[in-house]
Design a protein around this ligand. Structure first.
Ligand code: 5AD
Ligand code: SF4
Length: 504
């Protein structure tokens, strides 16, 4: 039999294998497990998150997994024994940021004579695994988005062997359905709840299907119990999260099939005082049923993020978005008809392969027709493995892309400003998230339609619903005066958008 010291470095599955082979007895297994606990006992982990809300939620899952195996969490990188970067690969500059950050951490590691473990998690893990590992002694663990349960073992293995440990396998099953993420970045008022992972859409510009794998929906019951738990802890808003939430689909053991519209409806019934939002959706799956849930459930917010990406049908086709400009416009009209006052936001890409000046103008005219309250606007950047990278030429010159993006941004700023000006004189129910950025004497909150509002604190507190009259605005924020504290149920009975004479 092997001496126990040599077993320190065994991977868990190897241990399991050996146990199966009757190579180890129960005592030895105990000792290994004990050594493992001791090894992790007083280590502090610092997690840095890049990219989307999905990654913020994933960092919470990572924190939960690590806490469970005895690690402490720190907000201060200086105190950390382990620094984990939860990465994003969606655009080129996201990747560049991580590289710069790794460069900085290299000097930190050298300063500490190597006594700092570094991990790269998330979307960049798979693609950069080889490059990262080539940079000897820098990165200790590389872990893909479906392998976070394996992180304690990987850290232990890397520590024990001095060699980098890697798990970037994608899994069709993993939804982390049983893990309550640590909400260490949360304001205690709004929380994200993951409902599905991955994406099957294969838009030609997008790397997500390659970095995060196939779509998998989380069981309804675990979602509802997480929301109930949040309500009990005093949270007032949940955002259901996924790369493409509208294609959520879960079939219970008893064969009952639950669509996204049904899920949102059920979540909204957990607590009448809990606002429900979701992100992010694909227009192709935005059904009338879903719009009716927005209309009929007072705590489902009157706000929909509907990424259009482009305003020209031919470009949409090359992007493989599966809808035409006209179909998209019809959908936004339907949303406005069924949900009066609905606020729409979007994602837009400027300078996609082959985009002509005329096609770019179509994006601007579509914006003019829809009039989004908010937009996330990007310059196209080629992503490895994608269909566009393989089959299309990234042929719009950089300066043209930049100019087109600026035109889109300018148009959007204009629309946001006009939309905010229209709010003056209206009364909104605002959920208070905390003090405003500029002053402790003022509070910041959001309307049902997701607009940020700042008003004087008086006696109101974080987590309150407050009726606020909008008096003024900037292009990004509404400024108001509090009228009174309210509840969502009460607000639904009276109004949320009472139009009153505009204040000059
Ligand atoms: N280039 C530019 N923007 C992109 N997005 C996704 N992939 C790319 C890319 N290759 C944008 C899309 C998507 C958002 C999350 O990021 O607009 O909706
Ligand atoms: Fe990417 Fe398209 Fe899936 Fe969104 S829907 S994650 S853009 S492939």
């Amino acid at each position: 039999m092997e001496p126990i010291e040599d077993l320190d470095v065994l991977a868990e599955d190897e241990v399991r294998q050996r146990q199966a082979d009757k190579d180890l007895d129960e005592d030895q297994l105990d000792q290994i497990k004990h050594g493992y606990d001791e090894a992790t006992g007083d280590k502090q982990v610092y997690i840095e998150t890049y990219g989307c809300q999905m990654n913020v939620n994933d960092s919470g899952i990572v924190a939960s997994v690590l806490e469970e195996s005895g690690y402490g969490l720190t907000r201060d990188q200086e105190d950390a024994d382990v620094v984990l970067l939860n990465t994003c690969a969606i655009r080129e500059n996201a990747e560049r940021k991580i590289r710069t950050r790794l460069g900085m951490l290299r000097s930190e590691k050298e300063k500490r004579d190597g006594e700092l473990m570094l991990g790269v998690l998330g979307c960049m893990a798979e693609r950069l695994r080889e490059k990262l590992l080539e940079q000897e002694d820098l990165v200790d663990v590389v872990v893909g988005p479906d392998a976070y349960r394996d992180l304690p073992r990987l850290l232990y293995e890397a520590d024990a062997t001095g060699q980098a440990a890697v798990n970037v396998e994608l899994s069709k099953q993993e939804t982390y359905e049983d893990i309550q993420p640590v909400r260490y970045d949360s304001n205690g008022v709004s929380a994200y709840v993951s409902i599905m992972r991955g994406c099957d859409n294969m838009c030609t510009f997008c790397v997500v299907p390659f970095t995060r794998g196939r779509e998998e929906s989380r069981p309804v019951t675990t979602i509802l119990s997480e929301v109930a738990q949040l309500a009990e802890e005093g949270y007032k808003e949940v955002t259901l999260l996924g790369q493409n939430v509208n294609s959520y689909h879960y079939t219970d053991e008893d064969g009952t099939s639950v669509s996204f519209a049904e899920l949102v409806d059920r979540v909204s019934r957990v607590s009448p005082e809990m606002r429900v939002r979701y992100s992010t959706s694909h227009p192709k799956d935005c059904t009338d049923d879903l719009l009716k849930v927005h209309r009929d459930r007072p705590n489902v917010c009157n706000y929909i993020h509907l990424p259009v990406q482009h305003g020209n049908t031919e470009v949409l086709d090359r992007m493989r978005r599966t809808y035409t400009r006209e179909e998209y416009l019809a959908l936004t009209e339907r949303a406005k008809e069924l949900c009066p006052g609905v606020s729409l936001s979007t994602d837009l890409i400027a300078g996609f392969c082959g985009e002509t000046e005329e096609q770019h103008q179509d994006t601007l005219s579509l914006m003019e027709q829809v009039r989004y309250d908010h937009a996330y606007m990007f310059k196209y950047s080629e992503r490895p493995q994608t269909y566009a990278a393989r089959k299309y030429e990234d042929d719009v010159p950089e300066d043209v892309k930049q100019r087109r993006l600026e035109e889109i941004i300018e148009r959007q700023n204009q629309h946001a400003k006009e939309s905010n000006e229209e709010e003056i004189g209206r009364v909104h129910t605002v959920l208070v998230e905390g003090p405003s950025k500029k002053s402790d004497e003022q509070l910041f909150g959001r309307t049902d339609t997701n607009k940020g509002v700042v008003f004087d604190r008086e006696d109101y507190e974080k987590g309150d619903y407050v009726k606020v009259r909008i008096e003024d605005c900037t292009s990004s924020t509404l400024l108001g005066t509090a009228i009174e504290k309210t509840t969502l149920a009460e607000a639904a009975r009276t109004d949320s958008i009472t139009t009153e004479p505009a204040v000059a």
